[in-house]
Design a protein around this ligand. Structure first.
Ligand code: BG6
Length: 513
């Protein structure tokens, strides 16, 4: 494309893509929790959009297992009502709906009733013949984690889910589960034991929707497909790394769930540690799922533990004013809705480079980004009598995950004129301007990857447990009060004041929201 007279090649290169996504296999998605919020807001809209774009397998069906008694007609009407609100392309494309609707079927039953699973099995046999799905089945548990053991047992006892150690096995059985994968290290291990009693790790797809975001996937391409950044990507040149996930929304009717969860389990244990790992990992041997996941796991293993009274020194938690009055929240709740952490990755590359991570709800601005703050120039060539030297700002590379998806690099420039005056300027890459196509929704990509059997963008057992091993002592200290107090902050603010001090102690400051 031509940007203001400069020719920049942004078209895909001729020939085959470096990694071809491949066609998804024919299959039936067996959805538990089909009338729930996740299914309505994310899963059906994603499947519908894939169908609209012609990306679903030709032979495909959804069988929804639901505790509410819904026949096919009522179930389809429910799905359509959700799509009218949440589908990515509006108004709803009627031609796609006409194709999509007959692929949806509903079975009702109870999770603890073996007969329900027998009925499900019979229906799946019929659907497989009718829709020619080759009997491949993708089980999706969009239900609270407390229901997993019962559902797993029902599926295993009825012979629907069986262990398959060969990833090339057909017809295949795969299982998708949603976070939170446990409540702490112990329960995460118990959940994994439960899963392994029925399945092989290669059949389990743990969804972390951050990994499905284009901008998060681009972290690895940015780092390893460009020669100029990687030599600087280490303790010699980087002063600190800042990762922010700020939201303007509050708990949005999920008070009951959120009050049991809190921001560390909701955002840090999964999304933000995954982003940190992608920024901090070593180059993988290949772009294969296990090679990438091996390198990420090494980062989790290298996280310096923070526990006991040390937590107050490294972690600041806050709760927005008015949280305790939200529906479903316990009076007097201490659940944090904001957290700021100073973390260290004890590896050769990152020794002495702090990672500052913050996340919160009801903040001033919606902004998820990673900022790599480079070191200051070694010699103050521009220092002198005037104040110019004071204004020199170290370079910052910002990976904007959302919104305004893109990457920016700030640097110093001479202000035109006879004096030597210096100002900060920015080089800015923007997805929307550079690529004339919309960025797909994370769930669309992730659902297709499950149907392809590609686990690269999913969390592996060891990483999930390592991430819990890091956050569990922090959670314990905060819950017991040993980790300091829960500060309050005004809705719409930048978070608690104490978070600023966490950085200020070392002469740094957060990027303003
Ligand atoms: C979810 C959390 O996993 O991620 C929510 O449960 C949070 O509390 C959401 O709002 C943020 O996702 P996104 O894609 O809007 O950044």
């Amino acid at each position: 494309m031509d940007v203001k007279g400069v020719h920049i090649e942004t078209h895909p290169r001729e020939g085959e893509p470096l990694v071809r996504a491949g066609r998804p296999d024919p299959c039936t998605v067996v959805l538990f929790g089909a009338t729930g919020d996740l299914a309505q807001r994310k899963l059906f809209p994603a499947l519908f959009e894939l169908d609209r774009a012609g990306l679903l397998p030709e032979h495909f069906a959804v069988v929804a297992f639901s505790r509410s008694a819904l026949d096919d007609t009522a179930f389809r009407a429910h799905v359509k009502a959700g799509l009218e609100k949440f589908a990515r392309t509006q108004p709803l494309d009627e031609a796609t709906w006409q194709r999509f609707a007959p692929r949806l079927e509903g079975v009702s039953g109870a999770y603890d009733d073996p007969q329900s699973f027998v009925r499900l099995r019979e229906r799946l046999t019929q659907v497989s013949q009718k829709q020619k799905t080759g009997d491949n089945q993708l089980y999706y548990l969009a239900t609270p984690a407390s229901t997993f053991p019962q559902i797993l047992k029902g599926l295993a006892d009825s012979g629907l889910l069986t262990r398959q150690t060969d990833p090339g096995h057909h017809p295949w059985r795969r299982l998708v589960i949603e976070k939170p994968f446990g409540h702490d290290l112990e329960s995460a291990k118990a959940l994994n034991r439960e899963l392994f009693s029925v399945l092989d790790e290669r059949q389990i797809f743990r969804i972390d929707h951050y990994l499905g975001k284009e901008t998060v996937q681009n972290i690895l391409v940015f780092r390893f497909a460009n020669a100029i950044f990687e030599p600087l990507w280490n303790r010699q040149h980087i002063d600190h790394v800042e990762i922010t996930a700020a939201e303007t929304i509050g708990v949005e009717g999920r008070g009951g769930f959120y009050d049991e969860t809190g921001v560390i389990r909701d955002m840090v244990q999964n999304h933000l540690l995954q982003v940190l790992a992608l920024c901090a990992m070593e180059p993988p041997v290949s772009f294969g799922a296990e090679d990438i996941r091996d390198e990420k796991n090494k980062v989790f293993r290298a996280l310096r533990p923070v526990e006991g009274t040390d937590v107050a020194d490294h972690v600041v938690v806050g709760q927005y004013q008015g949280y305790a009055q939200e529906k479903g929240v316990k009076p007097g709740s201490r659940t944090p809705t904001y957290v700021a952490l100073r973390m260290h990755v004890d590896s050769w590359r990152w020794q002495g480079v702090p990672f500052y991570v913050r996340a919160g709800k009801n903040l001033k601005r919606r902004m998820t980004e990673v900022s790599i703050h480079f070191k200051s120039v070694p010699v103050g060539l521009f220092s002198g009598e005037g104040a110019t030297c004071q204004r020199l700002q170290p370079n910052v590379l910002t990976l904007r995950i959302q919104p305004r998806e893109g990457i920016a690099l700030s640097f110093e420039s001479k202000v035109p004129g006879e004096d030597v005056n210096i100002a900060g300027v920015t080089m800015d890459f923007n997805y929307a301007e550079s690529f004339a196509k919309p960025v797909p929704e994370a769930y669309e990509r992730l659902l297709l990857d499950c149907m392809r059997g590609n686990a690269t963008l999913f969390a592996r057992q060891d990483s999930v447990e390592q991430a819990w091993a890091y956050v569990t002592p922090i959670l314990r200290a905060i819950e017991s009060g040993e980790g300091g107090s829960v500060h309050t902050y005004a809705p719409g603010s930048a978070g608690p004041e104490a978070a600023a001090s966490l950085m200020a102690r070392s002469g740094r400051r957060w990027t303003p929201l």
